[in-house]
Design a protein around this ligand. Structure first.
Ligand code: C2E
Ligand code: MG
Ligand code: MG
Ligand code: MG
Length: 270
């Protein structure tokens, strides 16, 4: 009987493996086409100054438009990152974000993959496309990336800092290891507090205290704070009390295609 069960487990395991491999191949193909035929699009999610309600900037979030379907980064970003097409994608992403900075006159954020952060060529792309901007291009880096090789990461961040018009934000802040300790080593501009904290902020006194601590620490270090994933007004009120600088989340706006941002937020400017 135990043997039979073992057999079944192996069967399921193999099935699962086959499915994963198929998925991988499918998305490799989609990525290839997306690169060739320009099927990448950014949706833009604004974040807002909590006091004035004004737009602080926009985060660019990538999607692939393929055969009338929209594919989200969870399905393809790690495959793209490990594909030979990463550099082409980086160029597209930087150019696209920069054109929106010029159009909307607001900071635009892009998310960096681990490999982009480590490639010296990426800095060249940045330098080439971000000259003479009125507002910064903000690079979002998750903690997991920069704590991998502290010495190298510090060098990279120093190089990026020397580029004009580049700011750096730590994304999903609080989810990595010994996050706070590393802040003294890295010269960054902004902390984006992970949505897992924001989710709990209304129900867990300790989480609220933690967020309060992060915001105060950030302020004394001269960093701006963004609360990610704000979905209900109760969270907004608490974050206002705590004194976070900016808020982002479905309550305020979902990520939207460029045309909808134009309509929704820049109508009056014309
Ligand atoms: P992220 O940078 O932390 O982005 C936030 C994610 O949460 C986005 O998902 C966004 O749509 C979603 N979100 C925003 N507000 C809310 C909210 O109130 N509630 C909930 N439940 N979710 C919210 P998305 O667009 O699927 O992106 C997922 C992740 O994929 C991003 O996490 C980022 O790490 C990565 N990513 C997105 N675009 C790019 C890109 O161009 N390059 C790279 N390397 N990574 C990207
Ligand atoms: Mg992000
Ligand atoms: Mg995030
Ligand atoms: Mg995230």
């Amino acid at each position: 009987e135990a043997k039979e069960e073992k057999k079944n487990q192996i069967k399921i395991f193999n099935l699962e493996l086959g499915r994963k491999a198929k998925r991988y191949i499918k998305f490799e193909e989609i990525i290839e086409e997306a690169i060739e035929r320009n099927l990448f699009v950014f949706h833009y999610q604004p974040y807002f100054d909590i006091k004035s309600n004004k737009i602080g900037g926009f985060e660019a979030l990538v999607r692939i438009r393929y055969k009338n379907k929209l594919y989200y980064p969870v399905d393809f970003i790690s495959i793209l990152e490990n594909s030979p097409h990463l550099e082409k994608f980086e160029k597209w992403a930087v150019k696209e974000a920069v054109s929106k900075i010029k159009k909307w006159r607001k900071p635009v954020h892009i998310n960096l993959s681990d490999r982009s952060f480590r490639r010296s060529n990426f800095i060249k792309i940045i330098e080439k496309y971000t000259k003479e901007l009125e507002q910064p291009l903000i690079l979002e880096i998750i903690e997991r990336i920069y704590i991998k090789d502290i010495k190298k990461s510090r060098e990279t961040i120093e190089k990026l800092r020397k580029c004009q018009n580049i700011n750096i934000a730590i994304d999903d802040f609080g989810t990595g290891h010994s996050t706070l300790a590393y802040l003294k080593d890295f010269d960054v501009d902004m902390l984006k507090i992970d949505m897992s904290f924001i989710k709990e902020i209304t129900v867990n006194r300790k989480t609220k205290a933690l967020v309060e601590g992060i915001v105060h620490l950030a302020r004394s270090l001269g960093l701006k704070t963004v609360a990610e994933g704000v979905e209900i007004t109760e969270q907004l009120h608490i974050l206002e009390d705590i004194g976070v600088d900016y808020v982002q989340g479905f309550l305020l706006s979902k990520p939207l295609p460029e045309e909808e941002i134009d309509k929704k937020f820049f109508d009056k400017i014309g």
